[in-house]
Design a protein. Structure first.
Length: 240
């Protein structure tokens, strides 16, 4: 059903792929990112999953609460952070939390390319404006959404997150959810509903891998032709 995925996995196991696949899954909490990541793990046995929430926890060791207080709360609690007399919008608060995490994501993607490691990175801190993807990987960037508000109330409370949000917290969550999707769409990124995420993601990954294979063929043809020209030039020079 996904011929390029099968081809990629086979060639990867044989050591014939020079760029690892890196899948980045963004979207707010409760949109199915963790579920999709686990489903993709079944299709790509040589990869592993990294959650951006883990990066946030690690960064707290190096960035103090005084320097970036937004790192120390859940995104749905960002409005409670006291910023004094300044006026900081909700989304700017969110971006302030995301930015240092996104810098870490970029470094991890760079490391994946250098070390030839496949990776799935998922979390609410995958945001297109902060991502700078290395050419040493095959990048696939996907964003998930839940348009149905009532459904989102249920999914944000489980099964991967055992919590109950207040009315204020959920209002904040929806505002950030909607802005993430708006930004992703404005930048031409793939955006899928929670109930169609797996099938559409697999189709998009398969297409991305097909483009990679086509590019490799074109490059091989180009360098092959270049080598032929070089051989002709050198042989003519020797003949002269």
């Amino acid at each position: 059903m996904y011929p390029n995925v099968q081809k990629y996995n086979k060639m990867w196991s044989q050591g014939k792929i020079d760029r690892p696949l890196v899948v980045l899954i963004g979207g707010y909490a409760g949109t199915g990112k963790s579920t999709l990541a686990k489903q993709l793990l079944d299709q790509f046995p040589f990869t592993n999953i990294l959650q951006t929430a883990v990066l946030r926890a690690i960064l707290r060791m190096f960035i103090s609460r005084e320097k970036n207080p937004f790192l120390y709360v859940h995104t749905y609690d960002l409005p409670i952070i006291d910023v004094g007399e300044r006026t900081v919008s909700l989304y700017d608060r969110y971006r302030a939390q995301v930015e240092p995490i996104a810098m870490s994501i970029n470094k991890i993607v760079e490391f994946a390319g250098t070390e030839k490691q496949q990776r799935i990175i998922e979390g609410a801190h995958v945001l297109p404006e902060f991502l700078h993807i290395e050419p040493s990987v095959i990048p696939v960037e996907i964003y998930l959404k839940v348009s149905d508000v009532d459904l989102h109330k249920r999914t944000i409370a489980g099964p991967t997150h055992n919590r109950t949000l207040s009315t204020r917290q959920f209002k904040t969550a929806r505002a950030i959810h909607d802005q993430i999707i708006k930004d992703a769409k404005s930048m031409g990124k793939e955006v899928y509903e929670i109930d169609e995420a797996y099938s559409k993601a697999m189709r998009y990954i398969d297409i991305s891998l097909e483009r990679y294979f086509d590019l490799e063929i074109h490059l091989a043809d180009f360098f092959g032709a270049l080598a032929d020209v070089y051989r002709i030039d050198t042989s003519e020079a020797r003949g002269a």
